[in-house]
Design a protein around this ligand. Sequence first.
Ligand SMILES: Nc1nc2c(ncn2[C@@H]2O[C@H](COP(=O)(O)OP(=O)(O)OP(=O)(O)O)[C@@H](O)[C@H]2O)c(=O)[nH]1
Ligand SMILES: [Mg+2]
Length: 447
Amino acid sequence: MAIATPPGKGGVGVLRFSFPQAAHCELFCQAFLQKIPTVRLATLVTLRDASGHAIDEGIALRFAGPASFTGEHVLEFQGHGGPAVLQAVLNHALEQAQRLSLPLRHALPGEFTQRAFLNDKLDLAQAEAVADLIDAQSVGAAKAAAASLTGVFSQQVTDLADRITHLRLLLEATLDFPEEEIEFLEKADAKGQLQSILTQQSELMALAQEGVKFREGLRIVLVGPPNVGKSSLLNALAGEEVAIVSPVAGTTRDRIVQELNIRGVPLVLVDTAGLRVTDDTVEKIGIDRTFKSIQEADLLMLLMDAAHPDQLDMPLPDVALRIPRIQVWNKSDLLDSLPDNLGEDQCWVSAKTGAGLETLKDAILHKVGFNHAPEHGFMARQRHVDALKVCRSHLELAHAYALQDDRILDLFAEELRLAHDALGEITGRLLPDDLLGLIFSRFCIGK
Ligand SMILES: Nc1nc2c(ncn2[C@@H]2O[C@H](COP(=O)(O)OP(=O)(O)OP(=O)(O)O)[C@@H](O)[C@H]2O)c(=O)[nH]1
Ligand SMILES: [Mg+2]
């Protein structure tokens, strides 16, 4: 049992109950609502305390297992969304359950979803997508989470696992008849099959990595000399005056972190102190912070003044060399004519007039590897990518064995088994209970 709507006042407040046993659910309905609502039929009820006083009026909805969210016997009561009235309804529910000695208690965070998982209503990747959908910060992220929730990601993991299983079955059959072992690899085209499994695996991994970026939001760090318009560009991209802009060089000292989304893709944009050699103590601290921000960046936007191209008098740290970068020439409005073909990964913009911003947005998405519109991707977690990496390393070992000698078929088989197990961790079939508990404990109460 839990309140499923967020705390505070709202038009509607929902209480959700899930019973493993149908008889318990019906007994409870009779006591709590004084009737047993027809399954899946919205039923208007008035809740009354022992002395007949009304507590709340609302809609009761009953779902018989397994056709419910948790797969159990579920009752939802949609009452009025005030904290006091919901608490009164909750107390009433507990009293009735106690009177009947029904084992009713407050649900743990994510417990309803955990039960759905245990009752095979969802696999783990789908269950995680429930939490991600609730947490999604942009329409694009929500669409990607919804895709995972409906099983788009899980299906691709299962398809890959099925192909590995197919190859394993062929292999097991051969191991039972050792005299035919030598011909096995040729006959079953094991190498060809494995090659195409490897291709499918890398496509899935690329999509999953994109899915992680969807979930976590990419960190884009604006760097450059002072006064080139970094803060102005942040404001232009955010569409609001987030950072102070002034003609004084060295205006920004602290990091300014702004969440935004570009074409539905969630991003974190970081504005930093301009890089220059300085004696100013506070500015030096700011520049140290710029260096730290660079280390955490998924993408650097190196901003320069188009009218004064050679102002960077302080080199970027070495780590910047390994980070994808876009060179942005700002203040294009000050130039009489614009170069038509800038080199790759270069753009011109005017933070002042907004010219070039759309091209810059495309360049950002392209550079960070977003090749799919949000509606074609799905959301994934780092845990999934890690499991896919483990799967990959075992597939590669299997491939290496396959190239060596038919006599090591059992090693080949073992690597395939391990690759398959790694995929099982994504859907949760092969994850230890404590890890499962940890994943669900991060959900919200009532979900
Ligand atoms: N003409 C023109 N001026 C701009 C443009 N972008 C910024 N400026 C001006 O350039 C000056 C510096 O802008 P800021 O955004 O504060 O520059 P910054 O890079 O954040 O500077 P620091 O925080 O000092 O490192 C301000 O006077 C802005 O109005 C632009 O596209 N065109
Ligand atoms: Mg600034």
